[in-house]
Ligand binder design. Structure first.
Ligand SMILES: [Zn+2]
Length: 338
C-alpha cells in the first residue's frame, strides 16, 4: 500500500518534477537520515492530486542532496490521481473518495486502507511533528489549519505562513487524528500560484534545517472555527458575471479575490435560481446552521448579512460541489500576541 524508499541519492531523482512523479512507485514514504538520528519529522503531501506545491518542495529538497537536521520521512500519497492526465488536475481519481476525508475509521475501500497505512507508518516513525502540505484550489495567500491553538502548532505554522485557522470540523482529515505529536496542515496558496511553491519550499527548508522546531513562536493572525458554505447534493452550480438560467447557484467568477479579504454585508456573492437559498447549507463542527443566519437573497442576488472573511473560495465547480464553495468567519480578524 505504501512503498518505502530509503535514502534516495540526489542523482537518482529526475530533474523535472513531472518525471519524478512518474518514477514514484505509487504512494511512497521516502526516508532520509538526519544529523540527529534520535528524532524524526514527517512531511505528508499530495493527499490531493491537484495540489503540487508540496511535491515540488520535496523534489527540490531531494535534488539538493542536503541532509536534514533530524531523520525525515516524506509521505507522497495520491500519486495515481496526480499523474492521471492532465497532470495535477484530479483531486482524487474520478469516482473515488477524497483521501483527506478517509483518515477516520472504518477503513474499507482502497482510499481508507491507504489512509490507514499512512497513519500506521507515521505511528511507527514516532515523529516529533507532522506537516501536511496542500494547495487551495483558488488563488490565495498561504495559511495553516490546525485543530487547536497550541504553542507547538504556532511554532510549526510560523515556519511556513502567517495565518492560522483553528477548526473543529470533523471531515476525516489527517490532522484530526489522535497522533502522538502536533500536526498542522499548510495550505501553501493556490495550486496555480507561483508564490505557493515558494511558500512550500522555503517552509520545508526551515522545517528540515531547524535543530529545534518548537524553539520559536511567531505572531500569527488567527481565524477561529470557520463555517463552510456547501452546495446540496444534485444542486447545480457555476461561475459567471451574471445569473445563469439553468443553474441553482451562480457565484461571481472573481470570488477568489475575496480570499482573505473582507466581504462587506450586502455585497453580491452571486445569483440564485427560483428556489433561492434552499440549495445551500452552512456547516460548522458537526452542526448545520440555517443559511439565512449568514446569507440573504434579494431580487435573486445572493449576499452576506454581515461582514465576512472568506477563504478557500474556488471557481472550480466540481470542487465547490464535492467539497464546499468556501469557508468563512464572521468575526473581524484578531491579531494574536505571541
Ligand atoms: Zn488539499
Amino acid at each position: 500500500m505504501l512503498t518505502v524508499w530509503e535514502q534516495p541519492s540526489a542523482a537518482a531523482v529526475a530533474p523535472r518534477v513531472s518525471d519524478f512523479l512518474c518514477d514514484l512507485p505509487g504512494p511512497v514514504a521516502i526516508h532520509l537520515h538526519g544529523h540527529d538520528r534520535s528524532r524524526c519529522r514527517v512531511l505528508v503531501t499530495l493527499l490531493h492530486g491537484n495540489e503540487p506545491s508540496g511535491l515540488e518542495a520535496v523534489h527540490q529538497w531531494l535534488r539538493s542532496g542536503k541532509q536534514p537536521a533530524v531523520d525525515t520521512v516524506f509521505i507522497i500519497a495520491s500519486v495515481a490521481a496526480a499523474r492521471t492526465e492532465p497532470l495535477f488536475y484530479f483531486r482524487q481519481l474520478p469516482g473515488k473518495r477524497d483521501l483527506n476525508r478517509c483518515f477516520s475509521p472504518p477503513y474499507t475501500d482502497n482510499e481508507g486502507l491507504l489512509a490507514q497505512a499512512i497513519l500506521q507508518h507515521i505511528d511507527q516513525c514516532q515523529p516529533e511533528a507532522v506537516i501536511d502540505i496542500h494547495n487551495t484550489s483558488g488563488s490565495s495567500h498561504g495559511f495553516a489549519v490546525a485543530t487547536s491553538d497550541t504553542p507547538a502548532a504556532r511554532c510549526l505554522v510560523g515556519l511556513f505562513v502567517d495565518y492560522l485557522i483553528i477548526t473543529d470540523l470533523q471531515l476525516g482529515s489527517l490532522m484530526e487524528q489522535p497522533l502522538a505529536c502536533p500536526v498542522v496542515t499548510i495550505e501553501a496558496g493556490g495550486a496555480l500560484d507561483d508564490a505557493a511553491d515558494f511558500v512550500a519550499s522555503a517552509g520545508l527548508g526551515r522545517y528540515l534545517m531547524a535543530p529545534h522546531v518548537f524553539a520559536e513562536e511567531r505572531p500569527l493572525t488567527l481565524f477561529q472555527h470557520p463555517y463552510r458554505l456547501e452546495l446540496l447534493q444534485h444542486s447545480r452550480i457555476d461561475y459567471a458575471d451574471h445569473g445563469l438560467r439553468d443553474r441553482d447557484v451562480t457565484i461571481r467568477k472573481d470570488i477568489e479575490r475575496y480570499n482573505f479579504a473582507a466581504l462587506e454585508a450586502g455585497a453580491a456573492l452571486g445569483w440564485l435560481g427560483e428556489e433561492g437559498l434552499t440549495h445551500l447549507q452552512v456547516v460548522a463542527g458537526d452542526c448545520s446552521h440555517p443559511v439565512e443566519e449568514f446569507f440573504q437573497v434579494r431580487d435573486g442576488i445572493l449576499s452576506a448579512r454581515s461582514r465576512l472573511h472568506l477563504f478557500m473560495a474556488t471557481t472550480r465547480a466540481d470542487i465547490a460541489a464535492s467539497d464546499c464553495l468556501f469557508y468563512f468567519v464572521t468575526e473581524p480578524v484578531p491579531v494574536s500576541e505571541s
